[in-house]
Design a protein around this ligand. Sequence first.
Ligand SMILES: Nc1ncnc2c1ncn2[C@@H]1O[C@H](COP(=O)(O)OP(=O)(O)O)[C@@H](O)[C@H]1O
Ligand SMILES: [Mg+2]
Length: 499
Amino acid sequence: MPTLAELAHQHTDLDAGDVGHLSALVSEWGMLADFSFADLLLYVPAGSRWLIVEQVRAATGRTLYQADYVGTWASETETAVLDRCRNEGSIVEGEIRVQAIGGTAQMVAIPVRHEGRHVAVLTKEWVPDQGRRTGQLETAYLEIFARLAEMVAAGLFPFEGRLADAAVAPRVGDGAIVLDGTTRVRFASPNAVSALHRVGVSTNAVGQTLAELGVAEGAVRHAFERREPVIEEIEQTADVTLLTRSIPLLVRDGSSVRVAGGVVLLRDVSELRKRDRLLLTKDATIREIHHRVKNNLQTISSLLRLQARRLESPEAKAAVAESVRRIRTIALVHETLSREPGEDIEFVEIVRPLVRMVEEGLQSADRPVRFVVRGDGGRLPAAVATPLSVVILELLQNAVDHGFPEGSNGGSVVVLLSRPDGELVVHVANDGAPLAEGFDLGSAAGLGLSIVRTLVTTELAGSIAMRSAGPGDVERSGLAHLGEGRGTFVELRVPVSAD
Ligand SMILES: Nc1ncnc2c1ncn2[C@@H]1O[C@H](COP(=O)(O)OP(=O)(O)O)[C@@H](O)[C@H]1O
Ligand SMILES: [Mg+2]
């Protein structure tokens, strides 16, 4: 569908300023439609014809038009009313034939004034409901619409540079209070009365000023003084939060402009705000728990280290040292989680410190090993990140232990992360000693690979493959000397939902 700006550019000679004014009008006119209980259309003159560039329906009333008329031309009867509006330069009313309903309807045509010129016509189109008595709310709203229509014709609406954020601003249906020029309440809609009850106003508000009621007075005073709408969130009590939008109703008086009254739209956002606060505290609690788990794990690893010092057997010492590293890996995940707002983490942010930990713990000066992390695993839920970190630790440890055993010259270990569709793929490659002849992952008996196998197949529902590296792995790993009896290549695939 073409936009207002495109249609105006194609068919009219309205300038950018005019189009900006019309755009501002339509971004605010949901409120006008709601007060009018009717469909509103915006027509721009194109030669001797009129083109419909925007259309809106009321949330409060029935629509006359099921179809969309944007980009279509005014009919003969419509053109007659629109022409009259342009020629007289004021608000006019007339009867139009509406093909869609096979009958007649009423049209109020309001000239849209911008910088002293009438640049378009805003219309309200509806079928009067004969014989029905108009209620108090309807009368009050229609009067507001008439005032706003006068403002449009006088170039006082939309307000300059003051657009409401449509997503948050309260709407007419949320609750509306009509004020006179001294902020005395002349009418309050049933929803507004309910909102007032919640903040403790149980008397009849009509006839009292906002100051007397003790509600939203500051916001309205600001709106009246500045002659522009003011949005304000008011925490009336500890439990009740009202979102208000105060709109001054302006009248041109010769060369000056005066405030003749106002409208306050208000919405009870207490539940929303309570939920926001709850979410905030829940988030903080989860982070605090991760922090404490990390501290507890650090305490456990310190205790184990103390115990290892008293052991005589080098084998026992090594076994406990491995356990310490595994526990520290899990602590690392919790530390990262304690800094992040949600329950998932950027996985590289764990892999990097993990690699550093192995680097610091397993290095020896006579066989230096270089570590590289490449790629990006995206975000992972904690339930995947924790076991996966333990698995990667084992693979890194094995790459160092078995790829570069004592007596070798050292080399490189690469961790590659990638995230193809629905999967996380981790490659751990080293360019040291290859796998032993006849190595079989399924029957490998060490504790490290047992942990890896168990976590990958049960906790992660993934797969793992280990093989001696071939020349084909050179490009993928970025390691220059793979194959020909050098290197081991491990591939890990874990299903994860898309980011
Ligand atoms: N990256 C690797 N390169 C060569 N051999 C490996 C590699 N990873 C594992 N292996 C072989 O698999 C065996 C089992 O490993 P693991 O279960 O971690 O026990 P451990 O490391 O205590 O020996 C190792 O002893 C080694 O022979
Ligand atoms: Mg091992």
